[in-house]
Design a protein around this ligand. Structure first.
Ligand SMILES: Nc1ncnc2c1ncn2[C@@H]1O[C@H](COP(=O)(O)OP(=O)(O)OP(=O)(O)O)[C@@H](O)[C@H]1O
Ligand SMILES: [Mg+2]
Length: 454
C-alpha cells in the first residue's frame, strides 16, 4: 500500500520536467474553481454590475451619432435643446457606469482575496500533511513557492484579468451588435480583418501556455535554491561549498531569466499583431465608410459612431491578447497549486476521516517493530527485517555507525514515514491507526539538527 501511495505522490511532484503531460487549460480552470468554491460567491451580482458597466460604454457612440444626425445636422439647423438633453443623458449614463464599475471592482477584490486566502491555507495545510519523504523529493523551497508566488499569480489574474475578460466579452458583443445595426457591410469588413487574428491568437495562446508552465517552474526552482542557501548557510560554510552553491543559484536565476524572456517574446508578438490588425481595420473603415457615405448609404453621425464602435470592438480584442498572458501565467501557477493539493499524503492521519483512528492507551507505552523493512524512494533497503520489542519504561540506546539507519528507525517510530514492509505497534495499537493528535502528544523525536523558532 505504501509503495503505491508513494509512487503516486512522486508523479504529482514534477510537472513538465518529468514529461508528465500537464492538464489542459480548461481542465485546470474547472478543477481550480471546484477547489476554490469561494471564488463563485456572489458572482451573479458582480456579473450584473459588469453588465451595467459594459452597457454604459456603448451609450457614448450612440449619443454622438444622435447628437450629430438629429441635433447638429437636423433639417432646420442645429437644435441646441436636443443637443443639451442628449449630452445630459449621456453624462448621467457615464456616471452610473462608473459607479457600477467601482462596485464591481470592490466586490471582485474582496471575493478573490477571500478565495485565495482559503486556497493558500488549504495548500499550506496539505504541504504539512505530505510526509518527510515527499517534502524531500520535492525541494522544500519549491513547495513554498507553490503556496506563495504561484497563488499570487492567480490573484493577479483574477483581480485584473478575470473581470476584464467578462467586461470585454460584453463590450465585444454589444459593439458588434451596434456595428451591424449602423452598417452591416462595414461590420463585415471589421470582422474580416479580425478573424485571422482570432486564429493567430489561439496559436499564440498554446505556445504561451507552454512557456508559462516553464516560467512558473523556474520561479519555483529559483526561490527554492535561494531559500535553501539561506536556511542551509551554516552547512554551506562548514563544507566550504560557497562557490558551488553560488553557481547553482546563478544558474537558477539565469534559467528563470531565459524562461521569462521567452514567454514575454511570444506575448509581445501577440500584442503587436493585435495592434497592427486594429490599425488596418480602422483605416479600412474610414475609406469604405467615406465611400458609403458619398453613395448616400451612411450619415456623418453613423460613420463617427461606427469609428467609436470600432475602438470599443478593438479594445476587448487587444485586452484579450494581453489578459491571455496573465491567464496563462496564472493557470500554470494554478496547476502547480493543484499539483500539491492532488498529491495524496502518503502518511495520512486516520483522524482525517470522521470516527476513524484510535488514541493511545494511557500510562507507559511499549513499542513493537514487526519485521520492518524500509527503503527511501529509489534507494536501497536501509532497514532490513527489524523485529524487536521495547518494554514500557525501559531505556534503550540504538547504536550504529553513521548511515546505519538510526534516524530512520526513529522516524518510523514517530510515523514521520511508514515502513515499506512490516508494521509498528505502540502498546499493541498499529501505528497507522493512531490519531496524529494522540501520537504527537505521546511519542516524540528530538532531531540531531536544532531549529530555532523565532
Ligand atoms: N531522505 C533520504 N533519502 C534517501 N536516502 C536517505 C535519506 N535519509 C537517509 N538516507 C539513507 O538511509 C541510510 C540511513 O540513514 P540514517 O539517517 O537513518 O542513518 P543514521 O544511522 O541516523 O546516521 P547518522 O549516525 O549519521 O545520523 C543512509 O544510507 C542514508 O544515506
Ligand atoms: Mg541520524
Amino acid at each position: 500500500m505504501t509503495t503505491v501511495g508513494r509512487s503516486r505522490a512522486d508523479a504529482g511532484a514534477g510537472d513538465v520536467a518529468t514529461g508528465h503531460e500537464p492538464d489542459s487549460t480548461w481542465h485546470t480552470l474547472v478543477r481550480g474553481l471546484q477547489l476554490t468554491p469561494e471564488l463563485k460567491a456572489g458572482l451573479g451580482i458582480t456579473l450584473l454590475l459588469a453588465l451595467v458597466a459594459t452597457a454604459g460604454r456603448v451609450v457614448v457612440p450612440v449619443a454622438v451619432q444622435q447628437t450629430i444626425d438629429r441635433g447638429l445636422r437636423a433639417g432646420a439647423g442645429p437644435r441646441v435643446g436636443a443637443v443639451a438633453l442628449l449630452i445630459a443623458l449621456a453624462a448621467a449614463v457615464v456616471v452610473i457606469t462608473a459607479a457600477a464599475a467601482y462596485a464591481m471592482n470592490v466586490r471582485l477584490y474582496v471575493t478573490s482575496e477571500t478565495a485565495l486566502a482559503a486556497l493558500r491555507t488549504r495548500a499550506f495545510r496539505h504541504v504539512h500533511d505530505l510526509s518527510m519523504l515527499h517534502q524531500q523529493a520535492e525541494r522544500r523551497g519549491s513547495l513554498v513557492s507553490r503556496v506563495t508566488s504561484d497563488v499570487d499569480q492567480i490573484s493577479n489574474f483574477v483581480q485584473f484579468g478575470g473581470i476584464l475578460i467578462v467586461v470585454s466579452l460584453g463590450q465585444f458583443v454589444l459593439a458588434s451588435l451596434l456595428m451591424f445595426l449602423y452598417s452591416w457591410p462595414l461590420a463585415l469588413l471589421v470582422y474580416a480583418c479580425f478573424l485571422p487574428l482570432a486564429y493567430a491568437v489561439r496559436q499564440f495562446q498554446k505556445r504561451l501556455a507552454g512557456a508559462y508552465s516553464v516560467v512558473r517552474q523556474r520561479v519555483g526552482d529559483m526561490l527554492g535554491g535561494i531559500a535553501e542557501s539561506v536556511v542551509g548557510a551554516q552547512v554551506i560554510r562548514a563544507h566550504a561549498i560557497e562557490r558551488r552553491t553560488g553557481e547553482r543559484i546563478d544558474q537558477a536565476i539565469d534559467a528563470n531569466f531565459r524562461a521569462q524572456v521567452r514567454a514575454q517574446r511570444i506575448s509581445v508578438l501577440t500584442f503587436s499583431t493585435g495592434e497592427i490588425v486594429a490599425g488596418l481595420a480602422n483605416s479600412a473603415v474610414v475609406i469604405v465608410g467615406v465611400l458609403l457615405g458619398i453613395g448616400g448609404h451612411l450619415s456623418a453621425g453613423e460613420l463617427t459612431a461606427f469609428l467609436f464602435l470600432v475602438t470599443l470592438f478593438v479594445q476587448p480584442v487587444q485586452i484579450a491578447t494581453e489578459v491571455l498572458n496573465e491567464a496563462q501565467n496564472a493557470i500554470a501557477g494554478w496547476r502547480r497549486v493543484l499539483g500539491v493539493l492532488d498529491t495524496p499524503p502518503d502518511v495520512a492521519d486516520p483522524a482525517a476521516s470522521p470516527g476513524e483512528g484510535r488514541d493511545l492507551p494511557p500510562g507507559p507505552l511499549s513499542a513493537r517493530f514487526e519485521h520492518i523493512g524500509f527503503s527511501y524512494p529509489d534507494g536501497p533497503e536501509v532497514l532490513h527485517d527489524i523485529d524487536l520489542e521495547i518494554a514500557p519504561q525501559s531505556r534503550v540506546a540504538v547504536v550504529g555507525e553513521t548511515g546505519s539507519g538510526k534516524t530512520t528507525f526513529a522516524k518510523l517510530l514517530t510515523r514521520l514515514m511508514d515502513p515499506t514492509t512490516g508494521r509498528v505497534l505502540i502498546s499493541g495499537v498499529p501505528l497507522t491507526e493512531v490519531r496524529f493528535g494522540s501520537l504527537r502528544r505521546r511519542v516524540v523525536m528530538v532531531p540531531q539538527d536544532g531549529f530555532l523558532f523565532d
